[in-house]
Ligand binder design. Structure first.
Ligand SMILES: *Cc1c(COP(=O)(O)O)cnc(C)c1O
Length: 396
């Protein structure tokens, strides 16, 4: 009777305390200077794109990467779409790419009518397996879109050699790879075109945001035009033409100045952010060594030619069941770990718009076993809790 009048009794206090106070998987890091940069943009009264802060970001990115041209976009997705436009892809053209990636890698090309041809990944780096690429090339192949998973480079010498022998362009989905390099070359500038992301889950952020990198001057001028709705507006503002007009098929790919102001603060502190991320990554890697030695998991591999940027810390557990249990146990202990990437070749839109160009044995296997640990600046204080919880989860 009481329960009828009062409704169900509340849960005992703090029963869900741990669930409600999870150590989150991600938390955006802010340097503290973003707001003053935004205030400056506000005071400048220039809020559309390509103002002072966008130019500052372009200069910083060009300095850091050595790209002939860096152009801010509103996302990495937009930069990939620009790449597909710049390559003049036609319906039926094929683009080789991994299946173990985010959907934007494929969408950008599918929007142009091109067909993603999915190739398996390497079991060590989870990057496109360069040994399987050549067999997937047909007379319709136009490009290879590599993804540097976790900010660790693909085997770019082999891939560049394959691409040049077959007359293919390389686009780098370097969404996760800012400040990473391969044999000393910054990722995003080894292929003709590279796409960076500044989404809040990445290393350097502006909420939503991205950049297109043009390795050499070849694509730079047309990239500028496509980004400005197909007009030569940028040349007009530089006084290079006396009126601006519609000259190509493009769209609006540029962010406004408020976003660029935020991003400029982050880019100015990029090295500090990178160092702190690497220190976090190293602590995970040290902690996991014993578990790897005892066969409970496999740690990530960084090939000798690669300098990475600690974009994420992932582990490979022995099976899907082991991963499910691990994530659940961590959750019960107040730690949020996640998995990701349903392989594109087994997704509804991937099956409809793409095809496989190799077996998918590794992709199918590892996509069930990858788990990503919490990773954000400021989480260092939680390491004792996270390691203790993970030790328990792995013991069970
Ligand atoms: C995050 C990510 C993207 C998309 O980036 P946005 O800036 O959100 O468009 C594309 N590819 C990969 C591999 C990513 O990790």
């Amino acid at each position: 009777m009481w329960s009828c009048c009062r409704g169900p009794l509340p849960d005992p206090p703090y029963a869900n305390y741990r669930e409600a106070h999870l150590i989150p998987f991600n938390k955006p890091f802010m340097t503290g200077r973003e707001l003053s940069h935004i205030a400056q943009a506000h005071a400048n009264g220039h809020l559309s794109g390509d103002g002072q802060f966008t130019k500052r970001c372009h200069a910083l990115l060009e300095q850091r990467t050595g790209a002939a041209r860096a152009l801010l976009t509103h996302s990495c997705t937009a930069a990939l779409e620009m790449s597909a436009l710049l390559l003049d892809l036609q319906p039926g053209d094929e683009v080789i790419m991994p299946s173990y990636t985010f959907v934007s890698t494929a969408n950008a090309f599918v929007l142009r009518g091109a067909v993603p041809v999915f190739v398996d990944v390497r079991p060590d780096t989870l990057n496109l397996d360069e040994r399987l690429v050549e067999a997937a090339i047909t007379e319709r192949t136009r490009a290879i879109c590599v993804v540097h998973y976790a900010g660790v480079a693909c085997e770019m010498d082999t891939l560049s050699d394959i691409a040049s022998r077959h007359g293919l362009a390389i686009v780098e989905d370097a969404a996760q790879a800012i400040l990473s390099s391969y044999k000393g070359r910054p990722l995003g500038t080894i292929g003709a075109l590279g796409a960076l992301s500044f989404h809040e889950t990445k290393n350097i952020i502006s909420g939503e945001g991205g950049a297109l990198l043009c390795r050499d001057a070849h694509f730079a001028e047309r990239a500028e035009i496509l980004r400005e709705k197909g007009t030569n507006r940028s040349r007009f503002f530089r006084g290079q033409v006396d009126k601006y007009t519609w000259v190509d098929v493009g769209s609006s790919f540029l962010p406004g100045e408020i976003t660029a102001a935020f991003l400029s603060a982050q880019l100015e502190d990029a090295d500090l952010i990178n160092q702190r991320r690497l220190a976090i990554w190293d602590r995970y890697q040290d902690w996991a060594a014993r578990h790897e030695a005892e066969g409970r998991l496999v740690r990530p591999t960084i090939p000798a030619d690669c300098v990475h940027n600690a974009h994420m810390y992932y582990l490979l557990l022995p099976s899907l069941e082991a991963r499910t249990q691990f994530i659940q146990s961590l959750r019960q202990q107040g730690v949020q770990a996640v998995f990701h990437y349903i392989p594109l070749h087994s997704s509804p839109a991937g099956r409809e718009n793409g095809r496989t160009g190799s077996t998918m044995a590794v992709t199918d296997d590892i996509s069930d076993r990858v788990v990503r640990m919490p990773f954000w600046l400021g989480m260092e204080a939680h390491f004792p809790e996270i390691f203790a919880a993970a030790d328990v989860a792995l013991a069970g």
